[in-house]
Design a protein around this ligand. Structure first.
Ligand code: OAD
Length: 259
């Protein structure tokens, strides 16, 4: 049975207060209340409207770089115009309560950072760090917003200042390996934490989705926050079914509000 929330189970509050090393693992759902679409939600998920094989593979970029660059610029503009929501802010505030907090995200936005979380581990890259598709030289995005964002607008990618190659989005595509340093740090955090929050992820994209399972095998308490059931319900010690922007601030207030 899912934990009714709120009020939260006394056991959950005690485990949260006692935890010394906490990992917060997030997916697209943590940014949903900022107006950023998820991938797999019925009706609103990006993969309901767009085919990832046309947009999120190295082959797609090779075939039609303007389509791919335009789509990611549309997504980057949406993120620029969005603001962190109470879930991002609660996660940042948790750092003041927990001695060792690590935030690991599958998201390519910068909303955790803008909410005040330092050193966020990005497993799937970042919309804000494009690089050359040939020589990997970083490309500095201009600060000004280029054009009114529009889904499906083709846009020629800029050229690399070093070698002239086409600049590609700094995100991970299907068929690519995760950044090794980020993955190592995420595995270490999952394997060494007392408590892991899994927030706003469907948990279907591996290897990232294996992190809560690794933490569970090592004996960590698993707390899931998601309005909908996922496979992690079978493993989680506490499944809080509701939007993260409401549940996470309420949970922190319940755990420490009286101090
Ligand atoms: P998904 O779209 O697969 O899942 C989003 C999850 O967020 C769903 O389980 C929703 O129920 C949940 N959700 C929606 N609104 C929420 C809210 N307000 N609060 C909490 N949860 C909410 O997104 P991810 O799990 O992040 O990969 O997807 C994983 C990866 O698949 C992404 O990183 C991306 C995608 O293809 C790459 O781009 C490589």
């Amino acid at each position: 049975m899912p934990t009714p929330a709120p009020p939260f189970a006394a056991g959950l509050l005690a485990e949260l207060r006692a935890a010394r090393r906490v990992m917060v693992f997030t997916g697209a759902g943590v940014s949903a209340e900022s107006g950023i679409p998820t991938f797999r939600d019925a009706l609103t998920g990006l993969w309901q409207t767009f085919d990832p094989m046309d947009l999120a593979t190295p082959e797609a970029f090779g075939r039609d770089p303007d389509l791919v660059w335009g789509w990611y610029e549309w997504r980057r503009m949406r993120v620029r115009r969005a603001a962190p929501n109470p879930a991002h802010r609660a996660i940042a505030a948790l750092a003041a309560r927990v001695p060792g907090l690590t935030v690991v995200t599958q998201n390519v936005d910068d909303l955790h950072e803008r909410a005040g979380s330092p050193a966020v581990i990005h497993l799937h890259g970042s919309l804000h760090q494009p690089r050359c598709s040939l020589c990997a030289y970083p490309f500095a995005l201009p600060d000004a917003e280029p054009l009114e964002p529009e889904a499906g607008r083709r846009l020629a990618p800029p050229r690399c200042r070093q070698c002239g190659g086409a600049v590609r989005p700094g995100v991970l595509w299907f068929g690519e390996a995760l950044p090794a340093d980020a993955w190592r740090a995420a595995e270490a955090a999952a394997g060494g934490c007392d408590l892991l929050f899994s927030v706003g992820t469907s948990g279907v994209v591996h290897p990232a989705a294996g992190l809560p399972l690794l933490a569970a095998r090592r004996g960590a308490t698993i707390v899931q926050v998601n309005p909908h059931p996922t496979d992690l319900d079978r493993v989680a010690d506490h499944s809080l079914h509701g939007p993260a922007g409401g549940l996470l601030p309420a949970l922190l207030a319940a755990a420490w509000g009286g101090e």
